[in-house]
Design a protein around this ligand. Structure first.
Ligand code: F3S
Length: 399
């Protein structure tokens, strides 16, 4: 790989051990993927925040940066943590876990990384621009950055995204190259896709059947970013799909030469029904509704309230919504939060149902409108999940 003189000096350790290790990692991964150079990035989104998912080993890793006072070079944001930073006791998180979690976050803050704690940085004023090179790591955020915004990022592992943030660089391969962003499969959506859960079911079905291939969707006109984020998150979860095009919607779709497509398939009503049936597992009492994967927007909260405003939550059921703190503080009125809370809905920020330990520990029968959440919550086999629309959920758990 070609390196500038300055990059060689960073690699050789002239700027310290931490910088040298970041260079080593980026160059090694780049060379494994036949990158011929490093390129500057505009921002980094860093996973590896939840103490539940990273465990004790994170501390010695972050010490490398802390010991030398290393700071990030580009705007950098944190993925969700394992708990709500203010309401962790309400979630049932222990003090020991909370202390460890706060310590991890402090390391990142000391490096100049923003405490966004969300997988939807693009919903809180950090939308990437078309063509920007990024180093983002959370799979749904990666998918939306590439697909919805036309920015360019591979799905980076957490250490690599952190190294990129520190250097302001990534290696030039994969989705940074235009030739790797063309679709090979066209999906003609021939069934009604209107609920968030429908987008999620479509994404889950596609990822499961066409693992890793970039799709071109027809038939999803006038979809919002909130709907598209459900599609992208589910495809990324079930099939590691990191980029997609939607006809008349996503910015690269108008430049796509459809001669690249070598397979055309239909997503039918029957495909949708079968996908929902995979996550129709609850045989006994529901104990939790978990909404907000990816993190909800203000629009989601309005929709939830419109369905339940004249009803009450049935006994023995918890209803949790996950969002980002900034979204809540800047776009959701205090009045709306009070109205939702008066219905028994608990709104948590900074975390989610998958990266917090508590959801899987405490609850066994969970309803969600996210196929990504359903996929991860059921992976260890102890939790049963139903995938349903917000409308169906409100009819089922409110009376
Ligand atoms: Fe976000 Fe957690 Fe889902 S990080 S995409 S809410 S699994």
């Amino acid at each position: 790989m070609f390196l500038t003189k300055y990059q060689e000096r960073m690699l050789d350790g002239e700027m310290g051990v931490a910088i040298s290790k970041c260079m080593e990692l980026i160059v090694k991964i780049g060379e494994l993927n036949n990158a011929d150079k490093l390129i500057p990035i505009k921002s980094a989104q860093i996973a590896g925040v939840s103490y539940y998912t990273v465990g004790e080993s994170i501390f010695s890793f972050l010490d490398i940066f802390s010991n030398e006072g290393v700071k990030v070079k580009v705007p950098s944001w944190l993925n969700p943590a394992g708990m709500d930073l203010l309401k962790w006791k309400d979630m049932g998180i222990t003090k020991k876990f909370a202390n460890k979690q706060k310590k991890i976050i402090q390391y990142y803050l000391d490096m100049g990384i923003e405490q966004t704690l969300t997988c939807t940085p693009y919903l809180i004023g950090n939308e990437p621009a078309f063509g920007d090179h990024l180093s983002w790591s959370e799979s749904s955020a990666v998918s939306i950055a590439n697909g919805f915004y036309g920015a360019k990022t591979n799905r980076e592992g957490a250490p690599l995204a952190l190294a990129s943030a520190v250097l302001g660089l990534t290696s030039d391969y994969g989705l940074h190259k235009d030739e790797n962003r063309v679709p090979k499969i066209m999906i003609d959506v021939q069934t009604d896709i209107k609920h968030f859960s429908d987008y999620s079911a479509l994404g889950y079905w596609y990822g499961k059947n066409y693992h890793g291939h970039i799709p071109f969707f027809k038939g999803l006109d006038n979809s919002s970013v909130d709907q598209i984020k459900m599609l992208g998150a589910a495809m990324a979860a079930s099939g590691s799909v990191a980029h997609f095009h939607v006809e008349n919607q996503t910015p690269e779709s108008k430049f796509v030469d459809l001669k690249s497509v070598n397979e055309k398939i239909v997503f039918s009503e029957e495909d949708k029904r079968k996908t929902y049936s995979i996550f129709h597992q609850i045989k006994e009492n529901v104990d939790l509704v978990a909404i907000g994967c990816p993190h909800t927007s203000a629009e989601d909260l309005d929709i939830i309230y419109s369905y339940i405003k004249d009803k009450s939550l049935r006994p023995n059921i918890e209803f949790w919504v996950f969002s980002s703190r900034k979204k809540l503080e800047t776009e959701v009125s205090e009045k709306m939060i009070q109205k939702l809370e008066s219905k028994g809905i608990k709104i948590f920020t900074d975390t989610c149902m998958v990266v917090s330990p508590i959801v899987r520990e405490k609850y066994k029968n969970i309803i969600t409108n996210s196929a990504k959440a359903a996929f991860y919550l059921t992976r260890k086999g102890k939790t049963k999940v139903n995938l349903q629309s917000l409308e169906e959920i409100s009819m089922e758990v409110f009376e």
